[in-house]
Design a protein around this ligand. Structure first.
Ligand SMILES: Cc1cc2nc3c(=O)[nH]c(=O)nc-3n(C[C@H](O)[C@H](O)[C@H](O)COP(=O)(O)OP(=O)(O)OC[C@H]3O[C@@H](n4cnc5c(N)ncnc54)[C@H](O)[C@@H]3O)c2cc1C
Length: 458
């Protein structure tokens, strides 16, 4: 049997941050990755990370603070998220941003994104991030990474402590001992029809986009040993994908956060577009035939951000996914909605936002408390058919701020840690953009720090 201090399951952002942290602390580490490459959902992501009080914000003249970020996380989470986890995020977020930068992760731009009261979405290229972390891990002789090595089960010793992992590699079954702990970082279950049917039947119609290996293996392994699950009732998809989108071709655009509106097949708005795109997704799936369109004008088009995963509307145009016409009449014809209804919808919306009160849905901002909506009046006009994708399952095993997995009585399961998308309790009822990648990096490292400071009686 191979022996290590830590065994980490999964090579996405949570697992890779944890492996580098543990390796730099001198621990012997085995990271098992089920697929033939690292990256999981992380490398498919838009790369937004939520941090507050950074040098990038300061340079852009944005005033922000940890408390402000914590307040947004709690508010958007509907205050059903676990406060101790949010506080831990707040306490460690800036140091984590610095740690990532120090390890060569490049932060590129700063944008206003869902759920934040100020521009706080710091973009990374997730491939670049995984690559630099992998390069660092390879420099550390005490870190071993095995690809094509799915973990299957966790074993307990006589004292009830999780201390072994059964895994497969090279067509054989192996056992690795983990003296100081096992860290589950195996991502969510966006690619498991079995889990989605069980926990999110309301998302049957949503597209599936996520890491190929993300089938909820870690959840099963943790549940076998008594883990409690949180946030499952709040599972939701993400709005803003063209129906043709899939993992390989990302066709996402969030023009509604720059001032667009969303209408259904009847030509009517149905929601306050500044809400989290998860909540928008829930509403969109309830519309006639599940069809809806983002509608915007040239004023919004001019706010496009080139090369951005969410706001590059010109890219959508180049990919021929947008309708662009000179009149609302033509637009209604393109998307097959009644012209007089669409014109009324837009007239009512323009009147409402000009007077500062959107009578139908109460929209006052572009995103969460941020930015001022503008009237839709300047030709050309644009329409983008949009639907919902199940990208990431922000629900899963209960953990404390040290990443220790908890049972239903809030007691720790000795030797078992979890970080990243397979954990629950952090996002609660809503989702703030960038907080998933953020929590991977923060809690992956916190779990390692806790595991390594514990002396283990074997
Ligand atoms: C299209 C898209 C856009 C997104 N955009 C953003 C964004 O902008 N900001 C943000 O914060 N979040 C975003 N997310 C969500 C975010 O990317 C994920 O929640 C996050 O990357 C999860 O990281 P992780 O390390 O927990 O898991 P992953 O990155 O999914 O890694 C888990 C790894 O574990 C492996 N694994 C699974 N089972 C086993 C097993 N049995 N044994 C060994 N290995 C196993 C998987 O193969 C995978 O490589 C997005 C997600 C998608 C799909």
């Amino acid at each position: 049997m191979e022996s290590y201090e830590l065994v980490i399951l999964g090579g996405g952002l949570a697992g890779m941050c944890a492996a580098v942290e543990a390796g730099e602390q001198g621990a012997s580490v085995l990271l098992l990755e089920k697929q033939d490459e690292l990256g999981g959902s992380t490398v498919l992501s838009s790369g937004y990370m939520a941090f507050a009080g950074t040098d990038m914000q300061e340079k852009a003249g944005i005033e922000d603070s940890t408390q402000y970020l914590v307040d947004d996380l709690l508010e958007v989470g509907g205050a059903v998220n676990r406060k101790e986890l949010i506080d831990a995020y707040g306490q460690h977020q800036l140091e984590t941003y610095t740690w990532l930068k120090g390890h060569g992760v490049e932060f590129r731009t700063l944008q206003a994104v869902s759920g934040h009261s100020v521009p706080r979405g710091h973009t990374i290229d997730p491939h670049q991030a995984i690559q630099v972390l992998y390069k660092r891990a390879k420099e550390l002789p005490n870190v071993k990474i095995r690809l094509n090595a799915p973990a299957k089960r966790l074993l307990k010793n006589a004292e009830g402590r999780i201390d072994q992992v059964l895994f497969e590699a090279d067509g054989k079954e192996h056992t690795a001992a983990a003296a100081k702990g096992v860290l589950l970082a195996s991502g969510g279950f966006a690619k498991s029809e079995e889990f989605l049917k069980l926990f999110a039947p309301h998302l049957d119609e949503a597209l599936r986009i996520g890491g190929e290996g993300n089938h909820g293996d870690g959840l099963k392994m943790a549940c076998e040993h008594g883990a409690w699950l949180l946030d499952l009732p709040y599972l939701s998809g993400t709005y803003g994908f063209h129906p043709s989108a899939n993992s390989a071709v990302k066709s996402q655009g969030l023009a509604f956060y720059k001032g667009g509106i969303i209408v259904n097949q009847d030509g009517k708005r149905f929601v306050n577009e500044s809400l989290s795109y998860k909540l928008l997704g829930n509403e969109a799936l309830r519309q006639p035939e599940g069809i809806s369109y983002q509608i915007w004008d040239q004023t919004v088009m001019e706010k496009a951000v080139g090369d951005d995963p969410l706001y590059d509307f010109d890219l959508l145009k180049r990919r021929r996914l947008l309708y662009q016409v000179d009149t609302l009449e033509e637009l209604a014809d393109c998307i097959d909605v009644p012209v007089e209804v669409l014109e009324n919808t837009i007239a009512l919306y323009n009147k409402g936002i000009e007077s500062g009160s959107d009578p139908e849905f109460g929209r006052k901002s572009l995103t969460h408390h941020y930015g001022k909506p503008t009237p839709i009046e300047k030709a050309p006009f644009y329409a983008f058919e949009s639907t919902v994708a199940m990208l990431a399952t922000y629900a899963g095993v209960a953990v404390n701020p040290q990443g220790q997995v908890l049972n239903p009585y809030n007691e720790t399961i000795p030797g078992l840690y979890a970080a990243g998308e397979l954990t629950g309790g952090f996002h609660g009822a809503g989702y703030v953009t960038g907080s998933s990648l953020g929590k991977c990096a923060i809690f992956g490292r916190l779990a390692v720090q806790d595991a390594l400071k514990k002396t283990t009686v074997v």
